[in-house]
Structures are given as structure tokens and as C-alpha cells.
Design a protein around this ligand. Sequence first.
Ligand SMILES: Nc1ncnc2c1ncn2[C@@H]1O[C@H](COP(=O)(O)OP(=O)(O)OP(=O)(O)O)[C@@H](O)[C@H]1O
Length: 739
Amino acid sequence: MRFPFYFQLDKFDCGPTCLKMVAKYFGRSYDLQYLRDKCFVTRNGVSLLGISQAAETLGLRSLMVKVELEVLIKECPLPAILHWNQEHFIVLYKIRRKKSLFYGKTSNQFIIGDPAFGITKIDEETFRKCWTASSSIPGVALLLEPTSNFHTNKVMREHSPRYVFLLSYLRPFKRQLWTLSFYMILSAAIASSFPYLTKGVVDKGVASKSYYFVTLFFVSQLFLFLGSTVVEMLRRWLALHINAKVSLHIVSDFLKKMLRLPTVFFDSKSIGDITQRVNDHHRIEGFLSNDVVSTFFSLAIIMVFASMLLLYSWIIGVIFIGLSLLGVFWIFLFQRKRRKLDYIRFAHSKLSQEKLFEMISGIQEIKLYGSETAKRWEWEFLHLRLYRLNISSLKLEQFQTTGFMFLTHLKNIVISFLSAVLVIKGEMSLGVMLSISYIMGQTNGPLDQMVRFFKSAQDASLSLDRLLEIHQSREEEKEADSLSSEVDRKCLIGNDLILKNVSFQYQGPRSPFVLKNICLNIPTGRITAIVGASGSGKSTLMKLLLGSYKPIEGNICVGDVNLSTCTPGNWRRLCGTVMQDGFIFNDTITRNIALDGEEVDLARLKMAAEISNIEEFVSQLPLRYHTRIGNSGVGLSGGQKQRILIARSVYKDPQYLFLDEATSSLDANNERLVMSNLNSFFKGRTVIIIAHRLSTVMNADQIVVLEKGEVAEIGTHQLLITKRGRYYELIRNQLELGD
Ligand SMILES: Nc1ncnc2c1ncn2[C@@H]1O[C@H](COP(=O)(O)OP(=O)(O)OP(=O)(O)O)[C@@H](O)[C@H]1O
């Protein structure tokens, strides 16, 4: 029996991919993105509970059990999803009893579908090791059985086949493709005339010793050759042009799409997952440059030559077709194994890239804690595995190629021998024999091209799946209704921000609520400070207000307009932000402040620099505002970085200003100065400040105290101090009020 199998597209995709396999096993195909949404995949992966809930929505009865291996073997229905190596999920399809040939002993063999490796058979000992941490501890399994709803539920269709997606990119090149097809037919016609000419030279020219014929044949061959060279050159040039354009369109569409995806999408992806998608383009480019059109051309040439061989001698034709098909079959015989190895290799190179990235960005900590050797070993260990995988891949490739070459040579030898025999028997002319050997010489290239094409198509298929996933993800902007930006702007300016029973959780229905039932009025043109202990949900609240996440329950409104009905881009255009993890780009100071990409407004830049008090340190830099900062530029202190971020938000001249610990790294003098400048800038704007320092929040018009995701207190500094509640507790040390 064949067990359905799918590779996981990303590091955290094993759960939904297992569910996809089980659903397919029971006869239904589901789109992976749909299952991902149902399972609530996050950056920490997915829980068995999440998979169980998703399975129930598909109409599968699910039962989570913790059982010993013996119970699993005897009593549990299969397939089941198992928790594997304490960090992964796999599908257990079947358990077979196997008798050992030598000792007559019986043992169990487990057939599993591991979304990171493929369908594998493993022995009991390995199974036990991976499933249960030790023999005394039971393993965790999710048992799944279809209910009557499973077959009647509306199926979320799998997305359109990946190659349809590529074809959509070829559509704009219709005219060029027709020209290309014309060149192809012309090339094929010229190519097929050469064997006839060869036959003619020998049978008509040489046999009748006619100089006239021989010259005529050779002159026409020369002209045909020139013609075919020109056509071939044009064909290749056109194909190159189409390929380059298509690759460019795919890459630019990918980046365009990725920048439009909501923050939640990136929450469930690691850096490696994203960079892998960029690498995927190289594979698709490879596939395209292996030239889809050339492959059709090769196929056409092979078919024309095969028909000619059949016409010359049916037996030679049959041998040619038979051995060529055998060669292609030989290549296909190893494709599954090749695909598996390739997938694992690709996943490992992603891991090694991730590790390297981590090592470079964490170099300071590595040095400070002396973990250079440990970190190097981790990376070397990964590389060693990658090296082994590369060797296995190369071995397989060699085996594949050698077998194919053997069959090609065998075909040439057998056909040459047969045609020689037919000539001796007088059943074939010498001209036909030479014509056949010309054909044999000409078909090797196209056959090789086709094989290369199949291989790169296989490499590209998984990459295309991953790319399709991005292309089919819901965009942030499209989620909103079609309010025009002008209407948006009018409605959003000069109104209070109102939170009505807002609740939020990051990781699906069973995860803890980070914000609970928040009811809050943030008055327009006033300063609202949010304080609370670390982890109380302040930054989360800010991200919700900025539209990076949507509330799970309740609404956030600007006046009468529900924020979820506005285009997020339009809303954010009105907001200036300084986030805790604000990013400094590898660019000049000016370009780091004026991020909008438009011409720099010098008056606004000057104002922003004055308010954020960066003038002094910028004046000491060699190129002043044109000095490059960021990773490859001049290093900045934490305080300087924060001031650049403040300047960025001021330069934007926003209606709403969100500051999350914006001055936490500044020294007391600088903070006082910047806050006093900002206080004048705040006039007429709605400001939301998150801060731990009393000096930053005490002048706010209202202070909101968050505790464990709930609003504990609201009021002014004076009011809350006299109340001696949570706020007082929070800032007691800073006030030095004692008890
Ligand atoms: N992307 C995320 N995915 C899952 N959980 C998250 C995520 N971001 C934050 N959390 C969790 O949400 C809770 C609130 O975090 P948040 O950053 O809002 O707190 P905070 O009050 O701003 O803390 P701090 O003062 O330390 O910045 C924390 O328990 C945190 O672990």
C-alpha cells in the first residue's frame, strides 16, 4: 500500500503537514495554509492540542493518549500522529510483524511518514528511542479516525498546481513564445533534413561518382548549416530574454508580496525560512534557464529522428525508442531518493546558514561567555552532516548518470552493429547507414537536455511550493475594506482612540491571554502613558493600536471608525513610532531619519535633529548627516540609536505618536532635554508613551497601569500617587518615598 507523503515547507510546519498526510490517507486533500491556520502555527511551532483542534474541524475524531509502546502496537488504530524526539511530529502509518531470515525471530517494523525525511521503515529500538524519552516513560500520540462529517465537510482545495503558477508568468510573452515556436519548428525541419542529405551524398553522389551531386549536396548542407546556426542563435537569444524577464518578475513579485504580508506571518517563520525562500529563486531560475522551451524543442527533435529511424528500419527504430525510454526510466528510478536527499540537504544548509547568522550576530555574547568552541562545534557538526549528505547525493548522481550513459552507448553500439549487418545483407544502403549514425550523434544532446530538465524540475518543485505559499497568503491590505485613503485619513484624524473589551492572545485559542478585556479611551491631542511590570502587555497593546496584530475579541476604534476596516498602511501613515527593537538601516543618518524614500525635507530634518538632540554627536562625525550608520557603518551607542529613532518619528510629523521605552538608554541630562523638546512637539498630537521611568510619564494627561494584561488603574500622576495603589507600588523606589 502506498502511504501519502508531503514534505514540510518550513521548520515549524511538521504538525500541519502530518495532518495533511492523515487527511489524504483518509481520502481528502487539504491546503497546507488552511491547516496551518487551524493548528495555530507560531514561531515555537505547533502543539499537539493545536493539531487535535484542527483535526476536529476537519471532521476527524481525535484522541490524545500517553501510552506505552506495547499498548500502541496492540490497541491503537493507525494512522496516528506521534510526538517525536520531543521536538517534532511524524505520522505512524503501519506496524508490521517481520520474521528474521536467519534466526526465525519476529520483530516489529514501523512505517512512518516523517515530514522532514520521507516515508521510512524503522526498527523497534529506534522507534522506541525517538518516541519515548526512556523505556519507562510513555510516548504521546494523537489517534485520528474519520467521522461521518469528514467526508461531507467542505474541502479547502489545494492551491492550483505549481506549474500553472509559472505559466501565468509566461502569459505576457505570448508573442515571443509564438516566434520561439516558429524558430523551433524551423530548426527541427533543418535538423531533420541533414540525415537525408547525408544519405543523398553517399547513395546518389558517391555511388554514381557524380561531382555535380556531391557539390550540390555539400553546398546545400553548408547553407542549411548556416541557416540553422542563425535560427539557433535567435532562438537562444529570445529564450534567454524571456527567462531573464520571468525570473526578474518572479523575484520582484515575491518581494512585493512579502512586504505586504501581516506581522503574524513572520511570527511563525524563522530567518532561515525566509532566506530559504530567497534561495528558492535560484532553483526556479535554474529550472527556467534549463529552458522549458529548449526541452520541448529537444522532444520534437527526438520524435522527428525516431520517426525517421522507424522509416529506415522498424527494428532500429524500436531499439532506439526502447533503449531511450529505458534510459529515462533509469533516471526516474532514482528520482524519489534524489528528491528526499535534496530536501534534507536543502534543510540542512538552511540550518547551517541560520547558525552562522546567529554566530555573527551573537559574537559579543559568544566571546564574553567563552563559548567560541561550543558554537564552532555546533556549526561544524551541522557541516559534517551536510558533507555526508553531499557525498550521498553525489554518489546517487553518479550512479544515475553512469547508468544513463551506459544505456546511451549500448544503444549506439547495437544500432551501429545492426545497420552494418543490414548493409552487408543488402537490405540497407550505405547512405542510410551513415544517415542513421548521424541521427544517433544528434539525439544524445536532446536526450541529455531532457534528463537535465526533469532533474531541475524536481529541484524547483518544492521551491515552487514554498513560493506559492507566500503568493497565496492573505495580504494585510486586502483584509481591510475598500475605504479610500482619503476617506481613511479624514475619519482617522482628530478622533479619540477607543478600545472596547479588547482581548488578545498570540498563539491560538488555548494560549494565555496577553491582554484581557481592555476598555480604554485615549483622548485625541493628549498624552497617555502606559506603565506596568515587565511582561504585563504594554508593547502588545501598542502593537494592536498600530494594527500589527488584530484583537481576538473586542474592537479598536478611531472615533466611529473600526480600525480593522481601515487599510493598515493608511493608518500607519498617520503614526510615528519608536519601538523597543527599532532598527537602524545600513544607510546614512539622513536616510535613516527620512525613511519615506522621498526627497529629504531639510527643514523637517533640522527640526527632528533639534528635538532629538542629535546635532552634537552628528557634528563630530566626518561626513555629518551623510555618515553611514548601521551594521556596516559607524557604530552607535544605545542612546544615540534611540535618538535617531526619535528623530525618525519626529521627521514623519505624525498625528499619532507611539513611544515604547523611547528614552530608556539616554542619560539623565539627555533624557530631560529630549523629553522637554518632545513635550512641545507633542502639542496637538495624540501620544502614547510606554515607560518605566517616572520622569517620562509623570506629565502625561492620563496614566494607564497594566497588570497581567488587564487595566488596573487609570488617572493622573497626582491622583494615582494619592491613591497609593499599583502605580504607587511601581514607582515607589524612583520616588524615594519609602513606606
Ligand atoms: N510574538 C510573541 N509571541 C508570543 N508571545 C509573545 C510575543 N510577544 C510577546 N509575547 C508575550 O506576551 C507577554 C507580554 O509581552 P509584552 O512585550 O507586551 O510585555 P511588556 O509589558 O511590553 O514587557 P516589557 O516592559 O518587558 O517590554 C509576555 O508574556 C511575552 O512573553
